[in-house]
Design a protein around this ligand. Structure first.
Ligand code: ADP
Ligand code: ADP
Length: 230
C-alpha cells in the first residue's frame, strides 16, 4: 500500500507560476524515496502538498489512507500533526527551548502528553542522551539535525518528510543523518520522502523520483549506499 499517493497534482501560485503540472506518484509504506530535480522544478511544492502543509490547485493527496484534499483546514492540521513528521534544512529548532522540549513539542501541539521516557529513549538512541537539557545553540549542526530527526519521530508518524535535510551539513554529519533516516525506514518501518539535490544523499534512498518543470521526468532505484562507498 502507498503511505502517500498523489493523483494528477497541479499547483499554480498567485502570479501564475505553475509549480506542479500533473504529477501522479505513489510512495509505498516502509520505503525511503528521494525526490530530485533542478532548482525550481517543483520539489518543495510537491513535498508541501504531500505533507498537507499546502494545498494543490487541483488533484488529490492521500496520506496514510486519508484524503487530505477532501479534508478541511482544521482537520488537515490535526491529521498532519499526528501522522506526519518534518525535517528541514535549517533544523527549525526553537532556540529558547531545550533539546528535550524541542523533541516533545509535536506531542504538545497534537494535544498529547509529553512522553518524557519516550523522548529520552529516542535521544539516547541518537547519541544525544546527555544533551537533553542543552539549548540548540550548544550543539553542532549534525547534532541539531539529529534532534530534528528525534522530533520528527516522537509522534510515531506514518510518514517523515525531509526537505534538503543535509543541505547545511558537512559530509560526515550528512552521512550520519542519512544513515539514521535509513534506519527510520528499515528498522522502524516508517516511510521517508526526502527532497534533495545531492546525488550522494539520494543514494541512501531506495528509489529516486525525478522532477523537471513540475512534471515527473523519471524514476529509478538508487544504487545502495554501500555500492557508492566502494
Ligand atoms: P524546487 O523545490 O524544485 O526548487 P519549488 O517547488 O520551490 O521548486 O518551486 C517551483 C516553482 O514555483 C518555482 O518557479 C518557484 O519560483 C515557484 N514558487 C515556489 N513557491 C512559490 C510561492 N510561494 N509563490 C510563488 N511562486 C512560488
Ligand atoms: P502549523 O504551525 O502550520 O500548524 P505544525 O506546527 O503542525 O504547523 O508543523 C509541524 C512541524 O513542522 C512543526 O515542528 C513546525 O515547526 C514545522 N513546520 C511547519 N511548517 C513549516 C514551514 N513552512 N517551515 C518550517 N517548519 C515548519
Amino acid at each position: 500500500t502507498d503511505a502517500v499517493r498523489l493523483e494528477s497534482l497541479y499547483k499554480t501560485y498567485d502570479g501564475g507560476v505553475t509549480a506542479l503540472d500533473g504529477v501522479t506518484a505513489g510512495f509505498a509504506a516502509g520505503t525511503f524515496t528521494a525526490v530530485m530535480g533542478p532548482s525550481g522544478s517543483g520539489k518543495s511544492t510537491l513535498l508541501q502538498c504531500a505533507a498537507g502543509l499546502d494545498r494543490p490547485t487541483a488533484g488529490r493527496v492521500f496520506l496514510d489512507g486519508t484524503e487530505l484534499t477532501a479534508t478541511g483546514d482544521t482537520a488537515m492540521t490535526k491529521f498532519r500533526r499526528l501522522r506526519a513528521g518534518f525535517i528541514f534544512q535549517d533544523y527549525n529548532l526553537l532556540p529558547s527551548l531545550t533539546v528535550e522540549q524541542n523533541v516533545v513539542l509535536p506531542l504538545r501541539l497534537a494535544g498529547r502528553r509529553a512522553d518524557r521516557a519516550g523522548s529520552r529513549a529516542v535521544l539516547e538512541q541518537l547519541g544525544l542522551g546527555d544533551r537533553m537539557r542543552d539549548l540548540p545553540e550548544r550543539l553542532s549542526g549534525g547534532q541539531r539535525q539529529r534532534v530534528a530527526v528525534a522530533r520528527a519521530l516522537v509522534t510515531a508518524p506514518a510518514v517523515v518528510f525531509a526537505d534538503e535535510p543535509t543541505g547545511a551539513l558537512d559530509l560526515r554529519s550528512a552521512g550520519e543523518v542519512l544513515t539514521l533516516l535509513r534506519e527510520v525506514v528499515h528498522t522502524h518501518g516508517r516511510t521517508v520522502v526526502m527532497v534533495t539535490h545531492d546525488p550522494v544523499a539520494a543514494a541512501y534512498a531506495d528509489s529516486v523520483l525525478f522532477l523537471a518543470d513540475g512534471r515527473l521526468a523519471g524514476e529509478m532505484r538508487a544504487p545502495t549506499a554501500d555500492a557508492v562507498a566502494e
